[in-house]
Design a protein around this ligand. Structure first.
Ligand code: NAD
Length: 497
């Protein structure tokens, strides 16, 4: 069986722990390969190599660093089909969606190429008598990127793109469910001319995440995954004196005002709820029709669209979405649907027990729609992370603002309306980090930044954009003067200007 090891010090190496995890083909349910679980000693070897590479990299001028990222972007683009196919085979998302996963990551690499301009420090000439003050942003050193299964190309690039361009070395620890694309992205960095050791990939699970949080040389941890683990990693990394930004789960709401263009809103919500089998932290799994009759009009527009969707394998060009990532996850989604029904939700479309002919062992879940969901149901508060859309009816605008604002998660939210004034007030008041106005998945472009509120993010720095530049650098401020002539008396009072 094909075994995936680690990428340490410029080369693929076998794991030494003797501990492996299976990687499944979600289309068939069969084990297709296995991945080694790293030991703390393997991590330590990678960190030593990274620390060495980082010193030389930090002393390389920013323009030269950018040129390597330009070359890297072109090289990844030339491997687009290979990467998309590998990604689909392990994750289960359809090929065009896998291309999107790579492209949204490359957007951040593209932004990172502009770091020489974006990283220029501050300078005040003559801040005091013949005194100048200037600041510079210094890299942190060796940093770690711990990523989830659902965007195995985009999220690693969010992190290492920003960390590398600001002068750091990166230890990438991807999800053990689909590590092949992160491994390949790491390898391509060296092929593009990146220094050996600057970007390495260590595979593993909790044991290696703990070792990363505890390693004295690693100065920062960027994490994306589920909320309980994000909170745990944040606590452990910061207790060890590291910087940490830890993004967690989500339950994004789509508010439909009575004046919304219903046909467009239904199309938008269909894609955002069921695309990638709902395995996106910016999916829209909750829809909130506002006012009398809005839910009925929405259902009239939505139901034929659900029934026209095609669930298929990740390589089927006609499939709208593919299987979910594992048998365990399929079972958990189906158990949540059972629970929602037991809690009193109305099951309008039932995706449980869905099988695809010829792929009976695959991890498929059919599109599911639940109506009359209320905030007193547990399944409203939990992240299901599958192709399950819940309808929560709200009587008016105030109730619609309250629902996402009072939810434990605050990643994204969208409002569908033709009234700019209502949309503007909603965007201002809602307690959520990323807001879409007639945009169902408001993932900010690479030169803004990504981050949720409440239990969707621990730490205070967003991913990528200028927030990313700041996360991976520390400020040093220099106050200088070049006196000439007679010496001055000692000053016992703090200098004031
Ligand atoms: P996960 O939390 O299971 O795993 C994320 C990472 O943590 C992986 O690298 C994994 O190996 C590691 N890990 C798992 N268990 C651990 C443990 N007990 N201790 C330490 N580390 C552990 O998440 P997932 O299932 O891979 O990804 C889906 C989750 O990620 C969803 O909750 C989704 O909303 C979230 N997500 C959030 C964002 C965001 O930006 N907010 C983006 C994408 C995904």
């Amino acid at each position: 069986m094909h075994t995936i090891g680690h990428f340490i010090d410029g080369a693929r190496v076998d794991g030494t722990s003797g501990r492996f995890k299976d990687i499944f083909d979600p289309n068939t349910g069969a084990v297709q390969s296995r991945v080694a679980m790293a030991t703390p000693a393997e991590l330590d070897a990678a960190v030593k190599s990274a620390a060495k590479a980082q010193v030389a990299w930090a002393n390389t001028n920013p323009q030269k660093r950018s040129r390597i990222l330009f070359a890297y972007k072109a090289l990844v683009e030339s491997h687009m089909e290979e990467l998309a196919e590998t990604l689909s085979r392990e994750h289960g998302k359809v090929i065009p969606d896998s291309r999107g996963d790579v492209i949204r990551g490359l957007d951040v690499i593209e932004f990172a190429c502009g770091a020489p301009h974006a990283q220029k420090g501050e300078h005040t000439y003559g801040a005091g008598p013949e005194i100048d003050v200037y600041s510079m942003r210094k890299p942190l050193g060796v940093v770690a990127a711990i990523t989830p299964f659902n965007f195995p190309a985009m999220i690693p690039m969010w992190m290492f793109g920003m960390a590398i361009t600001t002068g750091n070395a990166v230890i990438l620890k991807p999800s053990e469910k689909d590590p092949s694309v992160p491994m390949r992205l790491t390898e391509l960095f060296v092929e593009a001319g990146g220094p050996v050791g600057l970007l390495q990939c260590i595979n593993g699970d909790k044991e290696i995440v703990d070792a990363i949080c505890d390693h004295a040389t690693i100065k920062a941890v960027s994490f994306v995954g589920s909320s309980d683990i994000a909170q745990y990693v944040y606590a452990r990394a910061t207790a060890n004196g590291k910087r940490a930004q830890c993004m967690g789960g989500a339950k994004n709401h789509g508010i439909i005002m009575p004046d919304a263009n219903m046909e467009q809103a239904a199309k938008d919500i269909l894609g955002a709820a069921y695309g990638s089998a709902g395995e996106r932290c910016m999916a829209l799994p909750v829809v909130v029709p506002v006012g009398e009759g809005t839910a009925e009009r929405f259902l009239e527009a939505l139901l034929p669209k659900i029934d026209a969707m095609t669930v298929g394998t990740s390589t089927d060009p006609d499939a709208d979405y593919g299987p979910v990532v594992s048998a365990v996850h399929k079972a958990s989604i189906e158990a949540d649907i059972d629970k929602a029904v037991a809690e009193g939700a109305t099951l309008i479309r039932d995706g449980r027990g869905f099988t695809l002919q010829g792929h009976e062992g695959g991890f498929f879940v059919g599109p599911t729609l639940l109506d009359n969901v209320t905030p007193d149901m547990e399944t409203y508060h939990e992240e299901i992370f599958g192709p399950v859309l819940q309808i929560v009816r709200a009587k008016d605008f105030e109730a619609a603002v309250r629902l996402p604002s009072e939810h434990q998660y605050g990643n994204g939210v969208a409002i569908f309306t033709q009234n700019g004034r209502v949309a503007r007030e909603f965007a201002d008041r809602v307690e959520v980090g990323m807001v879409g106005i007639n945009v169902p998945i408001p993932v900010p472009v690479a030169y803004h930044s990504f981050g949720g509120w409440k239990r969707s993010a621990f730490g205070d720095a967003n991913q990528y954009g200028m927030e990313g530049m700041r996360f991976y650098t520390k400020v040093k401020t220099v106050t200088q003067r070049w006196p000439e002539g007679e010496t001055e008396d000692s000053a016992f009072i703090i200098p004031t200007f």
